[in-house]
Design a protein around this ligand. Structure first.
Ligand code: FMN
Length: 508
């Protein structure tokens, strides 16, 4: 009998399908969370200060969510889970209800939605508020309905890219102290040197996050929001001692002191959305970078989490890591076919040992059924999944949450392992990331990998029409051209021509 004996498969299934009630009252009908995946499918054109579109979700984005959530997977709004939805105006939806709430995603976290349309993570990402006159309410509502009617709790990730704002925005990136990125990210012309925010600008951040949260929950009807304080974006850089060297009330020697901005933003968001909506935070390197190896860092982190509970009744914490200096959340496994996940299980153990009682979603490297059990055993309450949802959008949820026919638990394990495994179609790029002397190119190689998964996400899991290396170069050139030349259309046309030519060469 293998180490994946049926009893452990059953145990994993039981864990995954056990509901979880959040402090705000919403109920996750399963422990499976779709983590934020930047869809880059908005109605926007241009980017940043040059944005002309409304930066609303497109139909293509909404269709992607019906694959992820499973149109009709749940019991419909108000049925089974989603206890925090009382009082929302009812809306029509094309998504039919089904009879199996426990096979629904527990929580579906959207890709990052920008709090300020002048600072976009990518030119086609969605923003809570744009300069366009038409808000296109029906698209936002259709997006929300697709998730909610599948019975998943619908949470919008709200974010500011901070010092990782690319040049295509036509604006100087913001950061706590003007510290630039290290590594090749800091040396590319695509990410300009950031400037330090003034105190007045920092004072205004809580209002910006609160307004975005209000628009998402109160205007568009989502169940809640997640503040993105991971992956090197603005809130993460305030937590990190390296990027936050401020001497005012927003800096300090301890994590707790540097947590002031996050505390204020979380409190303002909670005030904006009220006690019954979900408010979560995704945190990573800035807050938890040292936690796994240093008990005092774990104690500091738990003190900050307990502050967040006191000021904002935070419902859950999602744990991740990495940033553009080191894309750790896309870490290459040490050997082909071996799962090194879950990446941050030791961080979860350390936080639990230090007394953390809040709900933890562990994301990153959950690539097999064994990884699900390791996450549970480390103390996680739910698992967050990213890349597998890009590559196999319609497969992940049913593989993990639907009981196996004829109680065949060995077959269940096989299905789950196949659904969560890293995608073979991009394995050659991941293999290069394992080569020691190519480490300086890690960001570029990870960029190719992210581009591949983004393309898969946008096309229902289908592979890109041409190699992601060319896509990445195309994207980099496009970004540079957008920034460098006001007559964007001309440049874009030329670049598309070159890209078409490159595609032809590759296909020969
Ligand atoms: C294409 C792509 C887009 C992503 N976009 C976001 C995002 O918008 N916000 C975020 O917090 N994480 C984002 N991530 C990171 C994922 O949420 C997740 O942390 C990461 O993929 C690790 O989980 P995995 O091992 O299951 O893939 C993205 C990852 C990928 C591959």
């Amino acid at each position: 009998m293998s180490s994946h004996a049926p009893p452990s498969s059953m145990a994993a299934f039981d864990f995954l399908t056990t509901p979880y009630q959040l402090p705000c009252g919403s109920v996750l009908s399963s422990r499976l969370v779709k983590s934020a995946l930047s869809e880059q499918l908005s109605t926007g054109e241009g980017g940043g200060v040059g944005t002309t579109g409304s930066l609303a979700p497109t139909q293509q984005l909404i269709q992607t969510y019906s694959l992820w959530c499973g149109a009709g997977a749940g019991g419909g709004a108000g049925g089974g889970g989603g206890g925090g939805r009382g009082g929302l105006p009812s809306t029509e939806s094309s998504v039919p209800p089904s009879s199996s709430p426990s096979s629904s995603l527990g929580m579906c976290i959207t890709g990052n939605v920008m709090v300020d349309a002048n600072y976009l993570e990518s030119p086609k990402c969605v923003a809570a508020k744009s300069n366009a006159k038409s808000i296109q309410n029906h698209l936002w509502r259709a997006w929300r309905d697709t998730i909610v009617h599948s019975n998943a709790v619908a949470v919008v990730q709200i974010s500011h890219p901070g010092r990782q704002t690319t040049i295509s925005n036509g604006i100087t990136p913001l950061s706590p102290s003007g510290v630039p990125l290290r590594g090749i990210a800091g040396h590319t012309p695509l990410i300009p040197k950031p400037r330090a925010m003034t105190q007045t600008e920092v004072d205004a951040l809580p209002e910006a996050f609160a307004e975005a949260a209000h628009i998402m929950c109160n205007d568009h009807g989502f169940d809640g929001v997640q503040l993105h304080a991971a992956h090197g974006y603005l809130l993460d850089t305030f937590l990190s001692a390296r990027s936050n060297t401020r001497s005012d009330k927003y800096g300090g020697n301890t994590l707790r002191e540097r947590g002031e901005v996050l505390r204020r933003c979380a409190a303002a968001v909670r005030r904006a959305v009220g006690p019954k909506r979900v408010v979560g935070v995704k945190m990573g390197r800035g807050a938890f970078g040292q936690v796994a190896d240093d008990p005092s860092a774990a104690a500091d982190a738990v003190a900050l989490l307990s502050d967040l509970w006191d000021v904002a009744r935070i419902d859950f914490i999602e744990i991740s890591g990495g940033d553009y200096e080191n894309i750790d959340f896309m870490r290459a496994p040490s050997a082909a076919g071996v799962s090194d996940g879950p990446y941050y299980a030791r961080t979860v153990c350390a936080l639990r040992d230090a007394g953390c009682k809040q709900m933890i979603v562990l994301t990153g490297g959950v690539h097999s059924l064994d990884d699900v059990l390791k996450a549970r055993d480390a103390g996680a309450d739910a698992v967050g999944i990213g890349r597998a949802f890009c590559a196999r959008p319609a497969v992940v949820r049913p593989a993990l949450l639907e009981p196996p026919a004829s109680n065949d638990w060995e077959a269940y394990r096989r299905h789950v392992d196949a659904a969560l495994a890293p995608d073979d179609r991009i394995a050659h790029v991941v293999a290069l990331k394992r080569v020691q002397w190519l480490k300086p190119l890690d960001l570029f190689l990870s960029g190719i990998e992210v581009t591949w998964y983004t393309s898969a996400l946008q096309h229902g899991g289908a592979p890109p029409t041409f190699h992601p290396i060319f896509q990445t170069i195309h994207l980099l050139l496009l970004t540079a051209a957008r920034a460098a030349w006001p007559r964007r259309g001309v440049w874009k046309g030329w670049l598309h021509m070159v890209a078409r030519w490159a595609r032809g060469v590759v296909n020969v």
